[in-house]
Design a protein around this ligand. Structure first.
Ligand code: NI
Length: 190
């Protein structure tokens, strides 16, 4: 029997999304269970990636499963991974725009510029060390999740003009004026 805990998603405006996260070690309580629950929470909310702050935990961890994108982006096939204590050690390549969304920003989609090639070091859930280079959509999704660990959300990456234009939408999200198919935690709740 496998009863997974499905976490509610913390939305824009909640302070936990703005905190710089803490590294974890092997003593972190029920880490494997937590990672599995993050995957299940991500699947239930139709996300491609989920970072720990989005479920209210300020720790350096995110999960990704690119399978839903595999048809359009073949490099995403079998890209299912937990990233523990990741460090992006190199960012290269042209900054390219791509449409992004975020479970913490329901209903908002914007073109975001990011580097097209990165090198990242991290531990997987068996605590094996990885040192890998990603390009294309892999780099994109990883950089989006990685930003969450430093308290950065994709609107921060937009031009000042664009940010101003979506200010009303951001306010609405923080007040709970949005539609989401998953449970959420609003900024003024604890
Ligand atoms: Ni996100």
């Amino acid at each position: 029997m496998n009863l997974n805990m499905i976490y509610p998603i913390y939305v824009y405006g909640h302070p936990v999304l703005r905190k710089v996260t803490q590294e974890i070690n092997k003593d972190y309580p029920d880490l494997d269970r937590f990672i599995e629950d993050m995957f299940e929470t991500m699947y239930k909310s139709d996300g491609l990636g989920l970072a720990a702050p989005q479920v209210g935990k300020s720790v350096r961890l995110f999960v990704i499963d690119g399978e839903p994108l595999a048809e359009d982006h073949p490099e995403m096939k079998d890209f299912r991974q937990a990233f523990i204590n990741p460090q992006v050690v190199e960012r290269q390549g042209a900054r390219v725009p791509m449409n992004e969304g975020c479970l913490s920003l329901p209903g908002l989609h914007e073109e975001v510029d990011r580097e097209s090639e990165i090198r990242i070091q991290y531990y997987d859930r068996q605590w094996n060390f990885h040192d890998e280079v990603y390009t294309g959509y892999k780099a994109r999704v990883v950089l989006h999740e990685y930003d969450h660990l430093d308290g950065i959300l994709f609107p921060d990456r937009l031009s000042p003009l664009r940010r101003r234009l979506i200010r009303g939408k951001l306010n609405d999200i923080s007040k709970g004026k949005f539609e989401a198919t998953y449970r959420t935690v609003l900024p003024n709740s604890r």
